[in-house]
Design a protein around this ligand. Structure first.
Ligand SMILES: Cc1cc2nc3c(=O)[nH]c(=O)nc-3n(C[C@H](O)[C@H](O)[C@H](O)COP(=O)(O)OP(=O)(O)OC[C@H]3O[C@@H](n4cnc5c(N)ncnc54)[C@H](O)[C@@H]3O)c2cc1C
Length: 571
């Protein structure tokens, strides 16, 4: 039995991007559009709540910051792979949207003069990360959620697992999901949709991402023939707490924290003499791994050798005031209080620079379908994102996707008719997932995937490791079709969810590793030890991956340059 809901707009995901999109769509629709926002967990618990350090925006042109400076920092940080026209638009829009959040109740930290405070962040040449202690994402999600509640025409659906998009003749018609508490199958019929399902970070075992982030939207898009862009670029955040991988915000280094090797040396002075510990993340992560590989780290559990993040220059008072969550994390997870002890850290998978290929308004090329947030690739971050630029991107471009889709809906007079095939596909998909198809254990497949990605597609990559990794991943894809789900019940069936997520992850891993193999250069987060130089002549272009003719097709598209020509990245 399939339950069918009828909407104008369905928003998949309630992170910063989905929430912001819902508000703007409701506002633009002015009561005329019926909107659904759905998430696979509680709507108020998206991964976005873990954002700690801040949201970048130019607030103080009177004190020396400028749009050009923010844009240049972002372009240089991206290793010239961003589209500069989109970046220029982004930096002008971000301050307006960050200040709007202030009006919606987000408690931005203040300076002594009463103006909004900003902290330094890696790769930014001005302190422009607007923050609310070290719980920025938590406050942003709550502020946006509360604002969304003011609109009566947004229906909220918690704990719905979306497993497919309905697309016929390149026209979006809705999504299929099951209600996690009951297992009931649901079709959310809609003339328009916004994919805001976040990144693919749980491809890796050692990561700052929550277990929620399994790339579902990206995997479905890929299966439905849509394009993924620049997917080989995964950011490794320098300071993942060993051994869990939990994030220790860059705000620590912004506020004066220093990385040290086992000899006590402040090694970043050697790799980035000007920016030192606050160089962009790709550079800091590589420097850290170089130190570790040269034997200047500490021995860690399960091969997780590490370095130290030293808080002593920050001072106890400031740590307690501005970094209280980091303190809690240190105490709770490793029994160390940063007030009097450094924390053990090493680079941890943190952000997906690539995503669904979209235009500046988030349009995917499928009629009626937009994407926003980490699921989308607008080409703002290129091959390496600057810290604090993602939450701002979610807000800026979530808003635009909401507005654009609502405007389109107001002018669209089509109606959606679902074919019998789509209904039975929805039903059969879940029934099929329950069937015993072999004796492979989905959890074991995921563990092998994690160890493969952590080893073969980490900070340093090369042809041999990537080829070996790809072979293993292909084996995992094969095994992922021959599994059994031990739990057969309908109510909160975690085995079913885990196996669907695992399938999404292994399929995406193939695209990440294939795209990484094909890019025979080093740029931003993608460093090939066998091709250690950036190669603008051959690779100043976006990777486009798409399923075609039963296989994976990789093509390229030029990067848009406006003001800034590629130059050496020295920090
Ligand atoms: C620990 C951490 C700290 C960070 N700190 C910062 C920071 O300080 N500043 C900054 O700019 N960036 C930061 N980032 C990055 C930033 O937080 C994220 O890029 C951003 O919040 C992503 O938001 P989103 O709306 O795109 O997706 P998410 O917040 O990931 O939300 C995705 C939504 O999609 C839903 N969903 C997913 N799959 C399905 C499915 N199959 N069915 C139904 N629903 C589904 C989820 O339930 C969720 O509601 C941080 C990242 C991490 C990992």
């Amino acid at each position: 039995m399939v339950e069918i809901f009828d909407y104008d707009l369905v928003i998949i995901g309630s992170g910063l991007a989905g929430l912001r999109a819902s508000i703007e769509a409701a506002k633009t629709g002015n009561g005329k559009l019926k909107i659904a926002i759905i998430a696979k967990n509680q709507l108020m618990r998206p991964h976005s709540i873990s954002a700690e350090g801040g949201s970048a925006a130019v607030l103080y042109t009177d004190e020396g910051d400028s749009f050009d400076l923010h844009a240049y920092d972002t372009v240089k940080g991206s290793d010239y792979l961003c589209d500069q026209d989109v970046v220029e638009y982004f930096v002008r829009q971000a301050p307006l949207d960050i200040l709007e959040l202030e009006h919606w109740g987000i408690p931005w930290a203040r300076r002594d003069d009463g103006r909004v405070a900003q902290r330094p962040f890696g790769g930014h040449s001005y302190p422009r990360a607007t923050f609310a202690a070290d719980r920025t994402g938590f406050y942003e999600v709550h502020g946006l959620y509360d604002t969304m509640l003011k609109y009566e025409n947004i229906d909220k659906f918690h704990e719905q697992f979306v497993y497919d998009f309905i697309i016929e003749d390149n026209k979006f018609k809705g999504v299929t999901a099951f209600d996690i508490p009951t297992g009931e199958i649901r079709i959310f019929k809609a003339r328009a949709g916004i994919v805001a399902t976040g990144g693919l970070g749980r491809l890796f075992g050692y990561t700052t991402y929550s277990h929620l982030v399994t790339g579902d939207g990206l995997a479905i898009a890929l299966r439905r023939g849509m394009r993924l862009k620049d997917i080989e670029f995964v950011q490794f955040h320098p300071t993942g707490l060993v051994p869990s991988g939990i994030l220790i915000t860059e705000g620590v280094r912004g506020d004066g924290g220093i990385l040290r090797n086992a000899k006590g040396e402040r090694f970043m002075e050697k790799y980035a003499p000007t920016k030192k510990d606050l160089a962009p993340r790709d550079i800091v992560s590589r420097s850290m791994m170089t130190e570790i590989l040269e034997g200047k780290g500490f021995k860690g559990p399960n091969g997780l050798d590490y370095l130290l993040l030293d808080f002593s220059a920050i001072g106890a008072e400031k740590i307690k005031e501005k970094l209280s969550q980091v303190r809690e994390i240190g105490n709770h997870y490793v029994g160390l209080d940063p007030v009097d002890s450094p924390l053990p850290v090493r680079p941890s998978a943190h952000y997906t620079m690539g995503g669904i290929d979209v235009t500046r308004t988030g349009f995917t090329g499928v009629t009626g379908l937009w994407a926003a947030g980490e699921a989308a690739c607008l080409s703002i971050h290129g091959s390496n994102r600057l810290g604090a630029n993602s939450t701002s991107e979610c807000v800026v471009f979530g808003k635009i996707a909401g507005e654009d889709s609502a405007k389109w809906l107001l002018s669209d007079i089509s109606t959606i008719n679902l074919s019998e095939g789509e209904r039975s596909h929805a039903e059969n998909f879940v029934a099929d997932a329950y069937k015993d198809k072999g004796d492979n254990d989905p959890y074991e497949i995921k563990r092998v995937l994690w160890s493969t990605m952590d080893k073969d597609a980490y900070v340093f990559r090369n042809e041999r490791d990537l080829t070996e990794g790809l072979k293993i991943i292909k084996g995992l894809i094969d095994r992922s079709g021959k599994i059994s789900i031990s739990e057969k019940g309908n109510v909160y069936n975690q085995n079913l969810i885990a196996s669907l997520e695992m399938k999404n992850l292994v399929e995406l891993a193939e695209v990440v590793v294939n795209s990484a193999l094909e890019r025979r250069e080093s740029r931003g987060s993608h460093f090939r030890t066998d091709y250690p130089k950036r190669d603008d002549e051959n690779y100043l272009k976006h990777t486009i991956a798409q399923r075609a003719n039963g296989g994976l097709q990789i093509t390229y598209r030029p990067v848009t340059l406006t003001k800034w020509k590629p130059e050496a990245r020295v920090y």
